[in-house]
Design a protein around this ligand. Structure first.
Ligand SMILES: [Zn+2]
Length: 289
């Protein structure tokens, strides 16, 4: 596993951790002005600590913001809080889970580690940044119920946490809501943003277009799955093989937590009824990169 630094305008980042399981398991923490956004997974603390110390020495870090409770985002916040004696902010709905802990499946403990408990403060809707801009928190449920995206309108930047990841995904976690995900993608695409700072991929250009593309893909997939299941009577297995292909190592490794079957089942459950029919978009799905 390796780590790489990211630099874009006034934003610095560190991407660390990668497992070859067909899923992008590396995580990015970003610094914008004196604010750190997300903190990387607990088992990457060595690399994250070096990044945080370097950035603190050069620019000064005065606060940490976590986008949601997952360990690959909030995993080092308690350690950074202790190291730098700075406040940590997280969405109101994340606070109890961060303070008391939450269940983490064994593969997540292997891939990302177990985070120390964290006392965070509720994230305000707006935080002033030292670069003459403001950080606006926007709820973006779907991936998790507590996740926010962080928008910097003056710079047309959007920190998307786990909302984007890839224009097309073939796997879904068992607890993700594909309808809410598509709704959040549409909502965030309305914000003026040219550049996305993805929590796993890094810098993504043409931000709004990328978000809309993924929303349309999910809606098209839901439409295809529902039509085949309800109208044509195909089995979920057959639909999955035809649209997404066979399961890969990821389902086995995660004990079914991440799977293509989860995505197909979520499409059947989806409330989305006005899906576009875009078969060319879903003929060759790619796993998250
Ligand atoms: Zn997450």
């Amino acid at each position: 596993m390796s780590s790489t630094r990211i630099s874009h305008d006034d934003v610095a980042g560190l991407k660390s951790g990668r497992w070859p399981i067909g899923l992008n398991t590396s995580s990015v923490c970003y610094r914008i002005g004196h604010t750190l956004i997300d903190t990387g997974p607990p088992n990457q603390w060595k690399a994250v600590r070096r990044f945080v110390e370097d950035e603190h020495e050069a620019h000064g870090i005065e606060r940490v913001v976590c986008t949601h409770h997952h360990e690959d985002h909030a995993g080092n916040a308690a350690r950074i809080q202790e190291l730098l004696d700075v406040p940590v902010y997280a969405p109101e709905t994340s606070l109890k889970r961060l303070q008391e802990g939450f269940s983490i499946e064994w593969y997540r403990r292997v891939v990302w580690g177990t985070p120390p408990l964290l006392n965070a403060e509720p994230l305000p809707e707006q935080l002033p940044l030292s670069i003459g801009a403001t950080l606006h928190a926007h709820p973006a449920p779907g991936h998790s119920d507590d996740m926010v995206c962080l928008h910097v309108p003056e710079r047309r930047w959007l920190f998307t946490a786990d909302l984007f990841l890839s224009p097309r995904v073939a796997y879904l976690r068992f607890d993700e809501d594909v309808y809410a995900l598509a709704q959040s993608l549409h909502a965030m695409a309305q914000l003026p943003a040219d550049v996305l700072f993805c929590g796993h991929r890094g810098v993504v250009d043409a931000g709004a277009t990328a978000l809309k593309q993924k929303a349309r893909y999910l809606e098209a997939l839901c439409g295809q799955v529902k039509r085949r299941y309800h109208r044509e009577g195909q089995s979920l297995d057959a639909i999955q093989r035809e649209l997404l292909g066979r399961e890969g190592i990821l389902r086995w490794f995660t004990g079914g937590d991440f799977s293509k079957a989860n995505l197909i089942a979520a499409c059947v459950r989806s409330k989305n009824d006005n899906a576009n029919d875009l078969p060319d978009m879903i003929s060759t799905p790619t796993p998250m990169q």
